[in-house]
Design a binder for this molecule. Structure first.
Ligand SMILES: Nc1nc2c(ncn2[C@@H]2O[C@H](COP(=O)(O)OP(=O)(O)OP(=O)(O)O)[C@@H](O)[C@H]2O)c(=O)[nH]1
Ligand SMILES: [Mg+2]
Length: 275
């Protein structure tokens, strides 16, 4: 990742954005001195607000690959003189922070950063997560792996289910839910590719469920008959105390009762038995 130095007035949200980028818990901590995190240099607002301390920012910028000028949507004026970005010998980007603020003015903050010469300009909220991935994407260097799922990680899920050997999984391919932070993440994987990973996952789970279910055949299990199955051959449906679905031969008068069922057959998703 490129290392970025955050500059901006006190309370604009530098420390909070550092926490959001690192995926940590958000908690208020007044910055007292320059902090080096793995890829962020977090400076105190006073350095940008005080002429003498401002020179220190120039020095610290040499330790960064990029300078980020932050300006929140609720700031009443801009701290940055026009074209100030030209003074830095690093690329200077702009970050409009706190875009979730009800009384904030995103356009105004964007315009002030534009006048300062920052480019590109990102809009973020460390509270909702909006805009965070765009900054991470910008800081990404060749070889960096961002937290969005890769094929390798999808295969790790398969190796996990192989190890745990769940009885069954309730699985589906993720679809975006509007309004959630995840909905604004980039979709780096095609639908066809997701389907391939998903099918591999199900194939493995079905094999495990099949094995586990076959081991029940010949056993007697106490089940609660909870309704009709709609299947002529196995007209009742019931559950073991562990929630396994057992289709049963028997009379509808058993509905609502516990019975001992002999397990006669199985498939990947259910057991079949008779009272
Ligand atoms: N609503 C909202 N509040 C935020 C956001 N980011 C930060 N804040 C709040 O703004 C206040 C200041 O945040 P900090 O991240 O500490 O600000 P800073 O720029 O590091 O300030 P100094 O350390 O004093 O330079 C805190 O009360 C945060 O909770 C945001 O995205 N949305
Ligand atoms: Mg701070």
């Amino acid at each position: 990742m490129k290392k970025i130095m955050f500059v901006g007035r006190s309370e604009c949200g530098k420390t909070t954005l550092t926490q959001a980028l690192r995926g940590g818990t958000i908690h208020y901590h007044k910055t007292q001195y320059v902090n080096h995190h793995s890829v962020v240099i977090d400076t105190p607002g006073e350095y940008a607000q005080t002429a003498n301390l401002g020179r220190a920012l120039a020095l610290y910028s040499y330790e960064a690959d990029v300078v980020g000028l932050l300006l929140s949507t609720i700031e009443p004026y801009s701290l940055y003189p026009p074209c100030v970005a030209a003074c830095a010998n690093r690329p200077v980007i702009g970050i409009v922070t706190q875009i979730d603020q009800e009384n904030g003015d995103i356009e105004r903050a964007h315009h002030w950063l534009e006048m300062a010469g920052a480019n590109p300009i990102f809009h973020v909220s460390s509270y909702t997560g909006e805009g965070i991935w765009q900054i991470l994407n910008y800081l990404k260097e060749p070889g960096d792996v961002l937290p969005w799922e890769t094929e390798e990680e999808a295969m790790e899920t398969i190796s996990l289910i192989r190890e745990v050997r769940y009885d069954a999984l309730f699985t589906f391919i993720y679809s975006p839910r509007p309004g959630t932070p995840a909905a604004s993440l980039p979709d780096t994987v095609s639908r066809a590719e997701k389907q391939v990973w998903f099918d591999k996952l199900l194939e493995e789970q079905n094999r495990i469920s099949g094995e586990l279910h076959r081991a029940y055949v010949g056993r007697r299990l106490r089940v609660l008959v909870d309704g009709e199955s709609g299947d002529e051959q196995w007209p009742l449906s019931s559950r073991t105390h562990g929630g396994r679905l057992v289709h049963l031969r028997g009379d509808a008068s058993l509905i609502g009762q516990y019975v001992d069922a002999e397990i006669l057959d199985s498939n990947t998703w259910a057991l079949f038995g008779a009272v």
